[in-house]
Design a protein around this ligand. Structure first.
Ligand code: BGC
Length: 392
């Protein structure tokens, strides 16, 4: 039985058993994604609940192709290295590539991995639409395709997805702002600015969706005002303020422009940044404009708990970050790869995400907010950073 066949059968089996819990990923937050998907078993197919009478031997010498978006962001280096190390420790051959944020470069890296005989591809995409032809080639060859952190959109050719609770990232950021600024009781109004992530990354929409569900009521009733006018009114207009490629420099320039054009006679109080690479650029713009930590520095969110940003948190230049433990994500994917390569099914599936073509069985990992007060407990005690690294 081919790997692909096993994967497809497995997904069918999980759905038929009704074990998939719904989770974030739907466009419509109100949509009922919890309805069970009923799959009528085909009597001509082998019963997937019975052991395979002719199991394939474990193929731990299999080549696993791993493609990551770019090296510029600290997290992808950690993800790639951890996943590679875990798989090699299990006895797999790996090919790890970084795409320098260039979609065409990632396409040729995946082509090379297919030509080298990869049996499973783990892909953290740059622009998933650009990958459609190469995913089709892989699928035709029975290669199992796992989307890593970012969902492969608008394609049939993705078997599994491993990520964090992406809507939950935004919810955590929105709730942090709501609670820290005490939006329910404070008089306000608060000057608020919003940024969103790269418009070719499905996660960026989910992050904004989670945050905006929390913050929009305060925007609608005038407690949050947006002097620049650059705050999307609805989740669907999130690309109006997106920063292509999650660029730190572009976020800095955009924040400088907003401060110069709209804040000559006022201060910004709250800035929604979807991740740390943007937050770092925004903090540099605030610095340059003369904002002082502990005095008039605005609330500023982030995500990833990158080293430079944790230092900014400690210095009062960023209020929080959403910590996504890449050791857990990479570990989840290594386990998934191992289970599939040995002819089994991923045991950790705990949700599904809609990629506009299909519901993709997903392993979703948990999140933790980190603030100045919790750096020690969340990041140092867990061994993610040493105190030395953070200058403590
Ligand atoms: C990831 C974030 C990351 C961003 C920029 C997103 O897809 O989920 O963790 O900060 O890409 O690389």
């Amino acid at each position: 039985m081919s790997l692909k066949k096993i994967a497809v059968l497995t997904a069918g089996m999980m759905i038929a058993m009704g074990t998939l819990a719904a989770c974030g990923g739907s466009d419509d937050p109100g949509e009922d994604t919890t309805a069970p998907v009923v799959d009528t078993p085909d009597p001509t197919e082998p019963d997937p609940t019975e052991p395979d009478p002719d199991p394939e031997p474990p193929s731990t010498d299999a080549l696993i192709g791993i493609t990551m978006p770019d090296r510029a962001l600290e997290r992808w280096n950690r993800d790639g290295e951890k996943l590679q190390a875990d798989l090699q420790a299990m006895g797999y051959q790996t090919d790890l590539q970084y795409g320098d944020n260039k979609p065409e470069q990632q396409v040729s890296q995946i082509e090379n991995q297919i030509n080298a005989g990869a049996t499973i591809l783990v892909i953290a995409s740059i622009d998933s639409n650009a990958l459609a032809p190469v995913l089709q080639t892989a699928a035709e060859q029975g290669i199992v395709i796992i989307a890593y952190d970012r969902l492969l959109m608008d394609t049939e050719n993705v078997d599994y997805y491993a990520t964090f609770d992406n809507v939950g990232v935004g919810t955590m950021q929105g709730e942090f702002m709501r609670d820290t600024a005490d939006l329910d009781n404070a008089e306000g109004p608060f000057n608020f600015e919003a940024f969103t992530g790269s418009d070719d990354d499905n996660n960026a929409k989910l992050f904004f969706q989670g945050a905006w569900d929390v913050l929009k009521p305060y925007y609608d009733d005038g407690k949050l005002v947006c002097p620049s006018g650059k705050c999307p009114e609805t989740v669907d207009s999130w690309t109006d303020v997106s920063i292509r490629g999650w660029s730190t420099e572009d976020a800095q320039t955009e924040m400088e422009n907003r401060l110069n054009s709209f804040y000559a006679d006022k201060k910004v109080d709250i800035v929604l940044s979807p991740n740390d690479s943007l937050a770092f650029g925004i903090a540099s713009a605030l610095d340059a404009a003369g904002y002082v930590p502990g005095e008039d520095w605005p609330l500023l969110t982030g995500q990833d708990a990158d080293e430079a940003n944790v230092k900014n948190i400690l210095a009062g230049k960023q209020s929080m970050s959403v910590f996504k433990d890449t050791r857990i994500l990479a570990g989840n994917v290594a386990t998934m790869v191992d289970e599939i390569a040995k002819g089994g099914s991923p045991s950790g599936i705990n949700g599904e995400y809609d990629n506009n073509v299909k519901m993709v069985p997903t392993v979703q990992a948990a999140l933790q907010a980190v603030t100045k007060d919790t750096v020690q407990a969340v990041l140092i005690d867990s061994g993610f950073y040493t105190a030395d690294q953070l200058g403590l």
